[in-house]
Design a protein around this ligand. Structure first.
Ligand code: GDP
Length: 206
């Protein structure tokens, strides 16, 4: 049916921002391959189960997606949008040409700086990697702009429980995070996704 589920709303290029649809928005950030689309899909199917939604659009990698801002929305069965997920690909990380990179940076910054609907930023980092200077710059920029932020470590199924604690500490210390962060998720096993969904719902006050 076309009446419920997660829907793709818009992908905008050339310094535009997505249309406002009057619902709280969550922005997802992180370097490419960090597992963002997998997580968005996992959250989508998770929310569908929880709220009785039908799944619709899968979050995919469309051509040009690295240079665009993508908005997805969860609709309830009455076609009422409830929540928006905004994918800010490449912000702070883009391996792109200089021109495109500047355009992406400016668009993402403008979005983060001005969007009244934005309630939470989610910065994804790979559990297996030591945080980079890029991660620190993105995080500092979000703090500067007053965006509430949660750091999420992806792909936790990929490391042994022995090295998990060590990696968590490296990420927490490397990014100066509070106790309890990063949250750990796996889009393969689903670990941590319910917790993250709850954090999102709290942030959006839904
Ligand atoms: P994006 O570029 O950030 O959107 O990253 P993708 O979601 O496309 O994931 C990049 C790669 O990592 C793909 O090969 C995924 O299958 C893999 N991947 C993503 N999330 C997980 C995870 O939780 N566990 C494992 N084992 N692999 C994952």
């Amino acid at each position: 049916s076309a009446s419920s589920g997660m829907k793709f709303v818009a992908s905008v290029l050339d310094r535009q921002l997505p249309p406002r649809i009057g619902v709280p928005e969550i922005a997802f950030l992180g370097r490419s391959n960090v597992g963002k689309s997998s997580l968005l899909n996992r959250l989508s199917s998770f929310s569908r189960k929880q709220a009785g939604f039908n799944d619709e659009a899968r979050v995919g990698k469309t051509p040009g997606a690295t240079a665009s801002v993508n908005l997805y929305a969860f609709y309830n069965k009455k076609e009422k949008p409830l929540l928006g997920f905004v994918d800010l690909p490449g912000f702070g990380y883009a391996k792109l040409s200089k021109d495109i990179k500047e355009s992406v940076q400016q668009t993402a910054e403008r979005y983060l700086d001005t969007r009244r609907e934005l309630v939470l930023g989610i910065l994804l980092v790979d559990i297996r990697r030591v945080p980079t200077e890029d991660d620190r710059i993105v995080l500092a920029a979000l703090y500067d702009m007053g965006v509430p932020i949660v750091v999420v470590a992806t792909k936790v199924d990929k490391i042994s429980s022995n090295s998990l604690e060590r990696q968590l500490l490296d990420i927490r210390n490397g990014l100066g995070l509070p106790e309890g962060q990063p949250l750990c998720v796996s889009s393969v096993t689903g670990e941590g996704t319910k917790q993250l969904w709850n954090v999102i719902m709290e942030g959006a006050e839904i």
